[in-house]
Design a protein. Structure first.
Length: 314
C-alpha cells in the first residue's frame, strides 16, 4: 500500500475526501485536518447511517494506511480488544521443557510470556509500527461498550500506549490516526472526550445528499435521485419516526429502485420497497400507502417536472 502525505490544508483535506467519493462539508474537513495535524483522536458523534465510519475507511484508502477496526459491543473486554496469551502454545512449551529438563523454573516462567506467545488484538495492533506508516484505528460505536472499557481507553488515547503486566508498557513509535464513532445511545464520559477533537455529523441538507447519491449511485436516473432525496428529506422533517433514515438507507433505496429500472418515484413501488429505507414496522405502516402517494404529489408540486420528461403512472 503506497503511503500518501497528510493533507497540508483544509482545502486539501476536503479534496482528499471528495477524491474517494465522500461528500463532506467544510466544518468536517476542518476538524479532520486539525486532528491529522495535531495527532489527536477524532470523536465523531451522530445518528446511525450518516457516514461516520466511512470517514475512517476513506482515510485508510486515500492515505495508503492500514485500517484497524475495533467494533465495540456490550461486554467487550481486554482479551478481545487488546491482547491475550496463547495459552495452548504456552502449555505445549511447558510440557516440552518439563520433558526435556532443559530449563529452570524461573527461566520457563519468563519464556512463556515472550512476544511470540502474545496474541495481538486491535488496540495493540494499532500501536505497532507498520511499513505504510501509522494505521487508521477505528473505534466503532464506542457507546455500545461498557464504561469500564471506556475508562481503559484513556491511557491509549492520552499516551498511545498500553500496559501488559507480564511485558511492561508498549508505546507506539508514532500515534495512529484514531477515529472514534458513537451513535449516542448513551453519553460518553467527559474524560475521554477531552482527549479528542469533537464533531457532530448531522444529516446532510438536500443539495449535499443529492450530490452523495449522484456520486455513490451513478446509475440512478437523475429525476429518480432528486425525488428520492426530496422524499427522504421530507420524511426527516415532517414525520415522527422511531428511526429516521440515514444517508446509507437513502443510497440503498436509490440502488434498489435503480435495479428495478425505475426512472421516477412511483408511489406503489415506493410503498413496496419501504423496507429498504425504514427498518421498523411501525415506521413503515405510518408511511405506507396513501401517505407515500401524498408525499410524492407534494414533491412534484414543489419541484415541477419538465413536460419533456416521461411521467410514470400514479
Amino acid at each position: 500500500m503506497n503511503q500518501t502525505a497528510l493533507p497540508a490544508s483544509i482545502d486539501e483535506t476536503l479534496a482528499l475526501l471528495e477524491g474517494d467519493g465522500y461528500v463532506a462539508d467544510r466544518s468536517l474537513a476542518t476538524v479532520l485536518h486539525l486532528a491529522l495535524r495535531m495527532k489527536r483522536p477524532l470523536f465523531l458523534e451522530g445518528e446511525a447511517g450518516v457516514g461516520k465510519t466511512e470517514i475512517a475507511k476513506v482515510l485508510s484508502r486515500t492515505l495508503g494506511r492500514d485500517l484497524i477496526r475495533l467494533q465495540c459491543y456490550e461486554g467487550l473486554d481486554i482479551a478481545s480488544a487488546v491482547y491475550e496469551w496463547n495459552y495452548a502454545a504456552q502449555m505445549v512449551e511447558i510440557r516440552v521443557s518439563e520433558a526435556s529438563g532443559d530449563k529452570q523454573h524461573s527461566e520457563l516462567s519468563k519464556s512463556i510470556f515472550e512476544d511470540r506467545f502474545l496474541i495481538k488484538r486491535p488496540v495493540l495492533q494499532a500501536l505497532q509500527p507498520s511499513p505504510s506508516g501509522p494505521p487508521v484505528f477505528l473505534i466503532d460505536e464506542l457507546d455500545r461498550a461498557d464504561e469500564a472499557f471506556e475508562a481503559f481507553l484513556l491511557e491509549v488515547l492520552s499516551d498511545n500506549q498500553v500496559t501488559i503486566p507480564e511485558l511492561g508498557t508498549i508505546k507506539a513509535e508514532e500515534p495512529p490516526i484514531v477515529i472514534i464513532t458513537t451513535n449516542r445511545t448513551r453519553e460518553i464520559h467527559d474524560a475521554l472526550k477531552r482527549r479528542c477533537l469533537y464533531h457532530w455529523v448531522d444529516y446532510p441538507d438536500a443539495e449535499r445528499e443529492l450530490e452523495i447519491v449522484r456520486s455513490k449511485v451513478p446509475g440512478a436516473n437523475e429525476r429518480l435521485s432528486a425525488e428520492i432525496v426530496s422524499f427522504v428529506q421530507k420524511l426527516r422533517a415532517e414525520e415522527d419516526l422511531f428511526k429516521q433514515p440515514g444517508v446509507a438507507e437513502t443510497l440503498d433505496w436509490a440502488t434498489a429502485l435503480s435495479e428495478l429500472d425505475e426512472i421516477a418515484l412511483d408511489p406503489d413501488m415506493a410503498s413496496d420497497t419501504l423496507g429498504v429505507l425504514l427498518k421498523y414496522q411501525d415506521d413503515i405502516e405510518r408511511v405506507r400507502g396513501s401517505k407515500v402517494r401524498q408525499m410524492v404529489e407534494d414533491i412534484r408540486k414543489d419541484t415541477p417536472i419538465s413536460s419533456t420528461t416521461a411521467m410514470p403512472n400514479i
